[in-house]
Design a protein around this ligand. Sequence first.
Ligand SMILES: O=C(O)CCC(=O)C(=O)O
Ligand SMILES: [Fe+2]
Length: 377
Amino acid sequence: MAPALVDTQPPQDIKPAQPGTVGYKEAFAYGGPKAFKKDQELHGTATQPPASFPKYLPTWTDKTYPPLEPFEHHDHGKDADPTFPDLFGEGAEVDDLTGNIGAEVNGVQLSKLNDKGKDQLALFVAQKKVVAFRNQDLANLDIADAIEFGGYFGRHHIHPASGAPEGHPEVHLVHRGADDTTAASYFKDRTNSSTWHTDVSYEQQPPGTTFLYVLDGPKAGGDTLFANMAEAYRRLSPEFQKRLHGLQAVHSAVEQANASRDRGGVVRREPVTNVHPVVRTHPATGEKAIYVNSQFTRKIVGFKKEESDMLLKFLYDHTALSQDLQARVRWKPGTVVVWDNRVTSHSATLDWQDGQRRHIARITPQAERPYETPFEG
Ligand SMILES: O=C(O)CCC(=O)C(=O)O
Ligand SMILES: [Fe+2]
Protein backbone atom coordinates (compact mmCIF):
# COMPACT_ATOMS: atom_id res chain seq x y z
CA MET A 1 0.00 0.00 0.00
CA ALA A 2 1.34 3.45 -0.84
CA PRO A 3 2.33 5.37 2.30
CA ALA A 4 0.04 8.24 3.26
CA LEU A 5 1.23 11.68 2.33
CA VAL A 6 1.88 14.14 5.11
CA ASP A 7 0.21 17.50 4.60
CA THR A 8 2.87 20.10 3.81
CA GLN A 9 0.68 23.11 3.12
CA PRO A 10 2.63 26.25 4.02
CA PRO A 11 1.60 27.97 7.22
CA GLN A 12 0.32 31.50 6.75
CA ASP A 13 3.02 33.28 8.76
CA ILE A 14 6.05 33.05 6.45
CA LYS A 15 8.28 36.03 7.13
CA PRO A 16 10.63 37.43 4.49
CA ALA A 17 14.12 35.87 4.45
CA GLN A 18 16.62 37.34 6.88
CA PRO A 19 20.00 38.44 5.61
CA GLY A 20 22.98 36.77 7.28
CA THR A 21 21.25 33.41 7.63
CA VAL A 22 23.50 30.53 8.56
CA GLY A 23 25.44 28.93 5.72
CA TYR A 24 24.59 31.33 2.91
CA LYS A 25 27.46 32.29 0.60
CA GLU A 26 27.56 34.36 -2.55
CA ALA A 27 27.79 32.17 -5.66
CA PHE A 28 30.74 32.63 -7.98
CA ALA A 29 29.96 30.43 -10.99
CA TYR A 30 27.89 33.02 -12.80
CA GLY A 31 29.23 36.26 -14.12
CA GLY A 32 26.95 39.17 -14.90
CA PRO A 33 26.81 41.96 -17.43
CA LYS A 34 29.47 43.90 -15.49
CA ALA A 35 31.99 41.05 -15.87
CA PHE A 36 31.00 40.01 -19.42
CA LYS A 37 33.41 41.04 -22.17
CA LYS A 38 31.64 40.18 -25.39
CA ASP A 39 34.56 41.05 -27.62
CA GLN A 40 36.94 38.74 -25.77
CA GLU A 41 34.37 35.96 -25.79
CA LEU A 42 33.83 36.24 -29.54
CA HIS A 43 37.44 36.82 -30.56
CA GLY A 44 39.61 35.54 -27.73
CA THR A 45 42.47 37.27 -25.97
CA ALA A 46 46.26 37.14 -26.27
CA THR A 47 46.24 33.96 -24.16
CA GLN A 48 42.73 32.51 -24.53
CA PRO A 49 40.85 31.25 -27.61
CA PRO A 50 37.36 32.49 -28.52
CA ALA A 51 34.32 30.77 -26.98
CA SER A 52 33.71 27.40 -28.66
CA PHE A 53 29.91 27.85 -28.62
CA PRO A 54 29.19 31.55 -29.22
CA LYS A 55 25.48 30.81 -29.69
CA TYR A 56 25.45 29.97 -25.96
CA LEU A 57 27.04 33.23 -24.74
CA PRO A 58 24.90 34.92 -22.10
CA THR A 59 22.58 37.83 -22.80
CA TRP A 60 20.54 39.75 -20.25
CA THR A 61 17.28 41.34 -21.34
CA ASP A 62 14.76 43.57 -19.61
CA LYS A 63 11.96 41.06 -20.23
CA THR A 64 10.23 40.05 -17.03
CA TYR A 65 7.96 37.10 -16.30
CA PRO A 66 4.85 36.67 -14.16
CA PRO A 67 4.90 34.38 -11.10
CA LEU A 68 5.12 30.66 -11.94
CA GLU A 69 1.81 28.83 -11.98
CA PRO A 70 1.42 25.38 -10.43
CA PHE A 71 1.32 22.53 -12.95
CA GLU A 72 0.76 18.78 -12.85
CA HIS A 73 4.10 16.96 -13.11
CA HIS A 74 4.34 13.35 -14.24
CA ASP A 75 7.60 11.69 -13.32
CA HIS A 76 8.72 9.47 -16.18
CA GLY A 77 10.98 7.49 -13.89
CA LYS A 78 7.79 5.78 -12.65
CA ASP A 79 7.12 4.35 -16.12
CA ALA A 80 10.61 2.98 -16.71
CA ASP A 81 11.69 -0.61 -17.28
CA PRO A 82 14.17 -1.06 -14.41
CA THR A 83 16.44 -3.25 -16.56
CA PHE A 84 17.15 -0.20 -18.79
CA PRO A 85 17.08 -2.00 -22.18
CA ASP A 86 16.44 1.18 -24.19
CA LEU A 87 18.94 3.32 -22.29
CA PHE A 88 21.86 0.92 -22.45
CA GLY A 89 22.03 -0.61 -25.92
CA GLU A 90 24.95 -2.40 -27.47
CA GLY A 91 28.28 -0.69 -26.78
CA ALA A 92 27.15 1.10 -23.61
CA GLU A 93 29.73 1.15 -20.81
CA VAL A 94 28.56 2.01 -17.32
CA ASP A 95 30.96 2.47 -14.40
CA ASP A 96 30.13 3.51 -10.88
CA LEU A 97 31.96 6.65 -9.78
CA THR A 98 31.94 5.76 -6.07
CA GLY A 99 30.35 3.22 -3.74
CA ASN A 100 27.47 5.51 -2.83
CA ILE A 101 26.77 7.92 -5.64
CA GLY A 102 27.36 8.49 -9.31
CA ALA A 103 28.04 6.72 -12.58
CA GLU A 104 29.96 7.47 -15.74
CA VAL A 105 28.52 6.29 -19.06
CA ASN A 106 30.17 5.91 -22.44
CA GLY A 107 28.56 4.67 -25.63
CA VAL A 108 25.10 6.22 -25.17
CA GLN A 109 23.91 9.26 -27.15
CA LEU A 110 21.28 11.01 -25.03
CA SER A 111 19.81 13.02 -27.89
CA LYS A 112 19.00 9.78 -29.76
CA LEU A 113 17.04 8.12 -26.94
CA ASN A 114 13.43 7.19 -27.65
CA ASP A 115 10.78 7.94 -25.02
CA LYS A 116 11.30 4.59 -23.26
CA GLY A 117 15.01 5.34 -23.09
CA LYS A 118 14.23 8.76 -21.59
CA ASP A 119 11.95 7.17 -18.98
CA GLN A 120 14.80 4.81 -18.09
CA LEU A 121 17.22 7.72 -17.95
CA ALA A 122 15.00 9.43 -15.36
CA LEU A 123 14.92 6.27 -13.22
CA PHE A 124 18.62 5.48 -13.61
CA VAL A 125 19.55 9.02 -12.60
CA ALA A 126 17.18 8.86 -9.62
CA GLN A 127 18.94 5.67 -8.50
CA LYS A 128 22.53 6.82 -9.15
CA LYS A 129 21.80 10.45 -8.21
CA VAL A 130 24.30 11.83 -10.74
CA VAL A 131 25.50 10.42 -14.07
CA ALA A 132 28.23 11.81 -16.35
CA PHE A 133 27.53 10.94 -19.99
CA ARG A 134 30.66 11.37 -22.11
CA ASN A 135 30.96 12.30 -25.81
CA GLN A 136 27.53 13.85 -26.18
CA ASP A 137 26.25 15.97 -29.08
CA LEU A 138 23.77 18.05 -27.04
CA ALA A 139 25.85 21.24 -27.29
CA ASN A 140 26.14 20.84 -31.08
CA LEU A 141 22.38 20.66 -31.64
CA ASP A 142 20.31 23.74 -32.34
CA ILE A 143 19.50 25.20 -28.94
CA ALA A 144 15.79 24.73 -29.70
CA ASP A 145 16.38 20.98 -30.17
CA ALA A 146 18.30 20.71 -26.89
CA ILE A 147 15.38 22.47 -25.19
CA GLU A 148 12.90 20.09 -26.81
CA PHE A 149 14.90 17.11 -25.54
CA GLY A 150 14.91 18.46 -21.97
CA GLY A 151 11.21 19.34 -22.07
CA TYR A 152 10.32 15.63 -21.95
CA PHE A 153 11.31 15.56 -18.27
CA GLY A 154 9.14 18.43 -17.06
CA ARG A 155 8.17 22.04 -17.63
CA HIS A 156 11.25 24.17 -18.31
CA HIS A 157 12.26 26.44 -15.48
CA ILE A 158 13.09 29.98 -16.54
CA HIS A 159 15.68 31.16 -14.06
CA PRO A 160 14.74 34.44 -12.40
CA ALA A 161 18.26 35.85 -12.31
CA SER A 162 20.61 34.29 -14.85
CA GLY A 163 21.87 35.21 -18.29
CA ALA A 164 20.55 33.11 -21.18
CA PRO A 165 21.47 32.51 -24.81
CA GLU A 166 19.72 35.04 -27.01
CA GLY A 167 16.10 34.00 -27.57
CA HIS A 168 16.27 30.97 -25.23
CA PRO A 169 15.37 32.02 -21.70
CA GLU A 170 14.89 28.35 -20.68
CA VAL A 171 18.65 27.80 -20.74
CA HIS A 172 20.49 28.79 -17.56
CA LEU A 173 24.15 29.69 -18.08
CA VAL A 174 27.17 29.23 -15.87
CA HIS A 175 29.81 31.49 -17.33
CA ARG A 176 33.20 32.89 -16.39
CA GLY A 177 34.87 34.39 -19.40
CA ALA A 178 38.44 34.43 -20.70
CA ASP A 179 40.86 36.28 -18.40
CA ASP A 180 38.22 36.38 -15.67
CA THR A 181 39.65 37.32 -12.27
CA THR A 182 36.89 35.94 -10.04
CA ALA A 183 39.14 33.48 -8.27
CA ALA A 184 41.58 36.14 -7.13
CA SER A 185 38.85 38.43 -5.82
CA TYR A 186 36.76 35.61 -4.30
CA PHE A 187 39.59 34.25 -2.17
CA LYS A 188 40.38 37.69 -0.76
CA ASP A 189 37.27 37.22 1.35
CA ARG A 190 36.78 33.47 1.54
CA THR A 191 38.80 30.43 2.54
CA ASN A 192 37.02 27.99 0.22
CA SER A 193 34.47 27.86 -2.57
CA SER A 194 32.13 25.25 -1.12
CA THR A 195 28.55 26.32 -2.00
CA TRP A 196 26.42 23.21 -1.50
CA HIS A 197 22.89 23.62 -2.75
CA THR A 198 20.04 22.06 -4.64
CA ASP A 199 18.84 24.15 -7.54
CA VAL A 200 16.15 26.79 -7.09
CA SER A 201 14.62 25.07 -4.08
CA TYR A 202 12.72 28.29 -3.45
CA GLU A 203 10.28 27.42 -6.24
CA GLN A 204 7.05 25.69 -5.28
CA GLN A 205 7.92 22.92 -7.77
CA PRO A 206 11.72 22.70 -7.88
CA PRO A 207 13.56 20.76 -10.62
CA GLY A 208 13.91 16.98 -10.80
CA THR A 209 15.95 15.38 -13.60
CA THR A 210 18.38 18.17 -14.47
CA PHE A 211 21.08 18.57 -17.15
CA LEU A 212 24.37 20.47 -17.25
CA TYR A 213 26.49 20.35 -20.40
CA VAL A 214 29.92 21.82 -20.79
CA LEU A 215 30.73 24.21 -23.61
CA ASP A 216 34.22 25.33 -22.55
CA GLY A 217 36.18 24.55 -19.42
CA PRO A 218 39.61 24.83 -17.90
CA LYS A 219 42.05 22.02 -18.75
CA ALA A 220 42.00 21.00 -15.11
CA GLY A 221 39.74 22.25 -12.34
CA GLY A 222 36.18 23.50 -12.13
CA ASP A 223 34.88 20.05 -11.17
CA THR A 224 31.35 19.81 -9.77
CA LEU A 225 30.70 17.91 -6.52
CA PHE A 226 27.48 16.02 -5.84
CA ALA A 227 26.18 14.58 -2.57
CA ASN A 228 23.64 11.80 -2.13
CA MET A 229 21.01 13.33 0.16
CA ALA A 230 19.07 10.05 0.47
CA GLU A 231 22.19 8.41 1.88
CA ALA A 232 22.67 11.49 4.07
CA TYR A 233 19.19 10.80 5.51
CA ARG A 234 19.94 7.09 6.02
CA ARG A 235 23.11 7.94 7.95
CA LEU A 236 21.13 9.61 10.71
CA SER A 237 19.93 7.69 13.73
CA PRO A 238 16.27 6.64 13.71
CA GLU A 239 15.64 9.06 16.61
CA PHE A 240 17.13 11.96 14.66
CA GLN A 241 15.30 10.97 11.48
CA LYS A 242 12.05 10.94 13.47
CA ARG A 243 12.73 14.48 14.69
CA LEU A 244 13.25 15.74 11.15
CA HIS A 245 9.98 14.26 9.91
CA GLY A 246 7.16 16.77 10.01
CA LEU A 247 9.53 19.75 10.01
CA GLN A 248 9.25 22.30 7.24
CA ALA A 249 11.75 24.89 6.07
CA VAL A 250 11.48 28.26 4.33
CA HIS A 251 13.42 28.52 1.05
CA SER A 252 14.05 31.96 -0.40
CA ALA A 253 15.02 33.48 -3.77
CA VAL A 254 15.58 36.93 -2.27
CA GLU A 255 19.35 36.76 -1.71
CA GLN A 256 20.00 35.38 -5.20
CA ALA A 257 17.95 38.19 -6.74
CA ASN A 258 19.88 40.78 -4.70
CA ALA A 259 23.20 39.24 -5.74
CA SER A 260 22.13 39.40 -9.37
CA ARG A 261 21.26 43.10 -9.04
CA ASP A 262 24.69 43.69 -7.47
CA ARG A 263 26.36 42.15 -10.52
CA GLY A 264 24.36 44.43 -12.80
CA GLY A 265 22.23 41.41 -13.75
CA VAL A 266 18.54 40.84 -14.16
CA VAL A 267 15.64 39.89 -11.92
CA ARG A 268 13.22 38.41 -14.41
CA ARG A 269 10.64 37.30 -11.87
CA GLU A 270 9.89 38.72 -8.45
CA PRO A 271 11.72 36.59 -5.84
CA VAL A 272 9.55 34.08 -4.00
CA THR A 273 9.71 32.12 -0.77
CA ASN A 274 8.21 28.66 -0.38
CA VAL A 275 7.98 26.13 2.41
CA HIS A 276 9.05 22.52 1.83
CA PRO A 277 9.36 19.47 4.08
CA VAL A 278 12.83 18.91 5.53
CA VAL A 279 12.60 15.26 4.45
CA ARG A 280 11.11 14.64 1.00
CA THR A 281 10.23 11.43 -0.78
CA HIS A 282 11.22 10.61 -4.36
CA PRO A 283 8.17 9.75 -6.51
CA ALA A 284 9.87 6.96 -8.52
CA THR A 285 12.17 5.28 -5.98
CA GLY A 286 10.27 6.03 -2.76
CA GLU A 287 13.58 7.06 -1.16
CA LYS A 288 13.54 9.71 1.52
CA ALA A 289 16.12 12.50 1.31
CA ILE A 290 17.13 15.51 3.35
CA TYR A 291 15.93 18.60 1.51
CA VAL A 292 17.61 21.68 2.94
CA ASN A 293 20.58 23.57 1.48
CA SER A 294 22.75 26.44 2.55
CA GLN A 295 22.15 28.61 -0.51
CA PHE A 296 18.37 28.83 -0.37
CA THR A 297 17.03 27.45 2.93
CA ARG A 298 16.57 30.16 5.51
CA LYS A 299 14.66 28.83 8.48
CA ILE A 300 12.94 25.88 10.06
CA VAL A 301 9.29 26.83 10.43
CA GLY A 302 8.27 27.20 14.09
CA PHE A 303 11.84 27.13 15.47
CA LYS A 304 13.47 30.18 17.03
CA LYS A 305 16.45 31.60 15.10
CA GLU A 306 19.15 29.95 17.22
CA GLU A 307 17.34 26.61 17.15
CA SER A 308 16.87 26.81 13.41
CA ASP A 309 20.48 27.89 12.75
CA MET A 310 21.78 25.03 14.88
CA LEU A 311 19.77 22.36 13.10
CA LEU A 312 20.46 23.75 9.63
CA LYS A 313 24.18 24.09 10.35
CA PHE A 314 24.28 20.47 11.45
CA LEU A 315 22.56 19.35 8.24
CA TYR A 316 24.80 21.53 6.04
CA ASP A 317 27.93 20.21 7.76
CA HIS A 318 26.61 16.67 7.46
CA THR A 319 26.33 17.18 3.67
CA ALA A 320 29.61 19.00 3.18
CA LEU A 321 31.76 16.81 5.44
CA SER A 322 30.47 13.42 4.30
CA GLN A 323 32.98 12.68 1.55
CA ASP A 324 31.71 9.10 1.69
CA LEU A 325 28.43 10.11 0.08
CA GLN A 326 29.87 12.53 -2.46
CA ALA A 327 31.18 12.24 -6.01
CA ARG A 328 33.40 14.69 -7.80
CA VAL A 329 32.58 14.95 -11.50
CA ARG A 330 35.34 15.99 -13.84
CA TRP A 331 34.25 17.79 -16.97
CA LYS A 332 35.61 16.74 -20.37
CA PRO A 333 34.60 18.16 -23.74
CA GLY A 334 31.22 16.66 -24.70
CA THR A 335 30.20 15.76 -21.14
CA VAL A 336 26.55 16.03 -20.12
CA VAL A 337 25.92 15.58 -16.41
CA VAL A 338 22.40 14.53 -15.43
CA TRP A 339 21.38 14.56 -11.78
CA ASP A 340 18.24 14.24 -9.74
CA ASN A 341 17.93 17.55 -7.99
CA ARG A 342 15.39 16.15 -5.50
CA VAL A 343 17.80 13.74 -3.82
CA THR A 344 21.20 15.44 -4.26
CA SER A 345 23.08 18.59 -3.39
CA HIS A 346 25.91 19.96 -5.51
CA SER A 347 28.71 22.48 -5.30
CA ALA A 348 30.83 24.12 -7.98
CA THR A 349 34.59 24.31 -7.43
CA LEU A 350 36.63 27.45 -7.98
CA ASP A 351 40.19 26.17 -8.21
CA TRP A 352 41.57 27.40 -11.51
CA GLN A 353 43.11 30.82 -11.37
CA ASP A 354 44.65 31.34 -14.78
CA GLY A 355 41.84 33.00 -16.66
CA GLN A 356 40.61 29.98 -18.60
CA ARG A 357 36.99 30.26 -19.69
CA ARG A 358 34.34 28.09 -17.97
CA HIS A 359 31.02 27.97 -19.81
CA ILE A 360 28.28 25.47 -19.00
CA ALA A 361 24.58 25.33 -19.93
CA ARG A 362 21.80 23.98 -17.76
CA ILE A 363 18.41 22.62 -18.75
CA THR A 364 16.18 22.55 -15.71
CA PRO A 365 12.86 20.70 -15.96
CA GLN A 366 10.65 21.33 -12.94
CA ALA A 367 9.10 18.44 -11.04
CA GLU A 368 6.43 17.84 -8.40
CA ARG A 369 5.93 19.92 -5.30
CA PRO A 370 8.09 18.27 -2.61
CA TYR A 371 6.09 15.96 -0.35
CA GLU A 372 6.86 13.86 2.67
CA THR A 373 5.87 10.31 3.56
CA PRO A 374 5.93 9.19 7.20
CA PHE A 375 8.95 7.86 9.09
CA GLU A 376 9.21 4.10 8.59
CA GLY A 377 11.99 3.19 11.01
O1 LIG B 1 29.31 25.49 -11.98
C1 LIG B 1 29.04 24.40 -11.48
O2 LIG B 1 29.86 23.49 -11.35
C2 LIG B 1 27.65 24.15 -10.98
C3 LIG B 1 26.79 25.31 -11.21
C4 LIG B 1 25.48 25.13 -10.58
O3 LIG B 1 25.37 24.92 -9.41
C5 LIG B 1 24.27 25.15 -11.40
O4 LIG B 1 24.27 25.70 -12.49
O5 LIG B 1 23.27 24.60 -10.96
FE1 LIG C 1 23.32 24.50 -8.99
